[in-house]
Design a binder for this molecule. Structure first.
Ligand SMILES: [Zn+2]
Length: 270
């Protein structure tokens, strides 16, 4: 993971949100429709707009597993779950998420349509949304699916989150002992970032960074790929691994995790 630094407001995201909120205002009733999330975010045109803006901010990578993503693969992930009630919402009070630009969705009750809003409902607010991949069952980056409304630290906003995580030689992601984060967040009930496939991908990138470049691997034809794997497998693949990187689809998937190449190059290994 890598720290995501959000832009201050107003920004292209909030301006688009202002436009959507203005359009959804019901003049005769003098209010917004009751479920703004569905009205504002759940439309194809606007989901697409927000996906592009967030992907750009994250250099086209998933906020949790660091997989390269294209716009159509992006899920808009809520840091504070969209269905969190006020008690659950309050658990984020001391987290490093800038809450100056939003309120709990139940507290968003403007009396008139505004040109810009001082605070947006949390389920559609820019600071509460990040781009995550949808690769279940390989990971649970769309974590609302698995954790429901349970609390999870706002990992991607922690300064130094990259250093709080270590990758073992077998590709397993762990928190450092000083980070104080519970290992359960990496497990199956939360982000599920230690699946066999993800571990194999990471271990293979760790091996690759010693004598290959990312470009070597991205441009490798089938023969070069096999040569590389013959060299890598004895060091990275365990007997229980059933995934074969010589399968073109899986190789392509592996290449999307090249963020780990630089990660290992920078010697953050244990
Ligand atoms: Zn992901």
């Amino acid at each position: 993971m890598e720290q995501i630094v959000k832009k201050s407001l107003p920004n292209p995201f909030s301006k688009k949100l202002d436009e959507l909120l203005a359009n959804s205002w019901i003049q005769v009733e003098n209010k917004h429709p009751p479920n703004l999330y569905d009205t504002v975010m759940n439309t194809k045109e606007y989901k697409s707009n927000f996906r592009v803006l967030l992907l750009d901010e994250q250099e086209n990578r998933c906020c949790y597993c660091m997989r390269d993503m294209s716009e159509t693969e992006v899920n808009l992930e809520h840091i504070i779950p969209n269905k969190a009630n006020k008690d659950k919402y309050a658990e984020y009070a001391n987290e490093p998420i800038d809450q100056s630009g939003f309120v709990h969705k139940d507290d968003f009750k403007p009396s008139r349509s505004e040109a810009t809003y001082p605070a947006y409902p949390h389920d559609i607010a820019y600071q509460n949304l990040i781009a995550a991949c949808e690769t279940f069952p390989h990971c649970n980056c769309t974590s609302n699916n698995s954790r429901g409304s349970k609390f999870m630290p706002t990992f991607t906003y922690y300064k130094g989150i990259t250093k709080a995580l270590l990758v073992s030689s077998s590709g397993e992601l762990r928190f450092t002992s000083v980070s104080n984060f519970d290992e359960k967040y990496l497990g199956i009930k939360y982000l599920n970032l230690n699946t066999d496939m993800l571990k194999l991908f990471r271990a293979t990138w760790r091996f690759a960074c010693s004598s290959y470049t990312i470009e070597d691997l991205k441009s490798a034809d089938e023969r070069k790929r096999m040569d590389f794997l013959m060299e890598a497998y004895p060091l990275v693949k365990s007997e229980k691994d059933t995934f074969e990187l010589d399968n073109e689809g899986i190789w392509h998937e592996f290449l999307r995790y090249s963020w780990f190449y630089d990660y290992f190059k920078n010697s953050l290994t244990i």
